[in-house]
Design a protein around this ligand. Structure first.
Ligand SMILES: Nc1ncnc2c1ncn2[C@@H]1O[C@H](COP(=O)(O)OP(=O)(O)OP(=O)(O)O)[C@@H](O)[C@H]1O
Length: 234
């Protein structure tokens, strides 16, 4: 589903990604862990087509990111650090707006359903400028999946969420997985990574330094591997 070969990203004479090779199959849920500044968000931004790689090849669903980025955009959902929501719009207005951008059918019904799914039906018509950070994050997640993407790119999705909202988000991710969605999630939250992901990738200094499957939701295994590989990195 996602094929990355020899990906290099350089900016301001700094090598941010130093030759990333990665292959992710359809339906996998993959966590990207790594210390601050390792290049995790940059990797996600390249896949979301927000920034161009310096060199290397990226294919999503068999399509070359350089040549078919418009088609790829339609099948990719991206949750960045910022919510991308319009402050003065309600959740319903925001989701209808973004749903229309993607040209989805029955946009209002889908929007109402998604707001319900993230537990904010009561606030359907309130402007999001009055929302707490966690509430905004919930609607931002709904925005990222309004077009039922085949590939979901999540940059620290659990940040700012309370326990209830974490459970809702994990449920959303697992439900999408059942439908065949491939998810790539940057996170510092090992517990959530172990809870919902099948596979962990550790990025350090712009390179993948480990890539393994998780067995039995084993958080200790993930923590130990991480510490071993990132020792000495502040
Ligand atoms: N446009 C840019 N120009 C120059 N340097 C950049 C640019 N974008 C990112 N960087 C640098 O590249 C490095 C990797 O950034 P990135 O945001 O990908 O890290 P990260 O692994 O997501 O970190 P964090 O865990 O702190 O979010 C950082 O040192 C960052 O300052």
């Amino acid at each position: 589903m996602i094929e990355i070969q020899k990906l290099i990203k350089q900016a301001d004479n700094k090598l941010i990604l130093r030759g990333v090779d990665l292959s992710i199959t359809k339906g996998e849920t993959v966590a990207i862990l790594g210390p601050n500044g390792a290049g995790k968000s940059t990797l996600l931004k390249v896949l979301a087509n927000l920034i161009k790689p310096t060199s290397g090849q990226v294919k999503i669903n068999g399509m070359d990111l350089k040549k078919e980025h418009l088609k790829i955009k339609k099948i990719v959902g991206y949750l960045p650090h910022s919510s991308l929501l319009y402050d003065h719009f309600s959740p319903l207005e925001n989701l209808v707006f973004f749903g229309n951008v993607y040209g989805i059918n029955n946009v209002e019904t889908s929007a109402i359903e998604l707001v319900k799914e993230v537990g904010l039906s009561f606030f359907l018509n309130e402007p999001v400028k009055n929302f707490s950070r966690g509430m905004i994050q919930r609607i931002a997640i709904a925005r990222a999946i309004i077009h039922e993407p085949e590939v979901l790119l999540l940059d620290e999705p659990h940040t700012g969420l309370d326990q209830g909202a974490i459970a809702i988000l994990n449920n959303v991710i697992l439900t999408m997985k059942e439908k065949g969605t491939t998810t790539l999630m940057v996170t510092h939250d090992f517990k959530q990574a172990a809870e919902i992901c099948d596979r962990i990738i550790i990025v350090k200094n712009g390179k993948i330094v480990d890539d393994f499957k998780i067995k039995d939701r084993d958080l200790n295994f993930v923590s130990e591997k991480y510490q071993l590989l990132t020792e000495g990195v502040s």
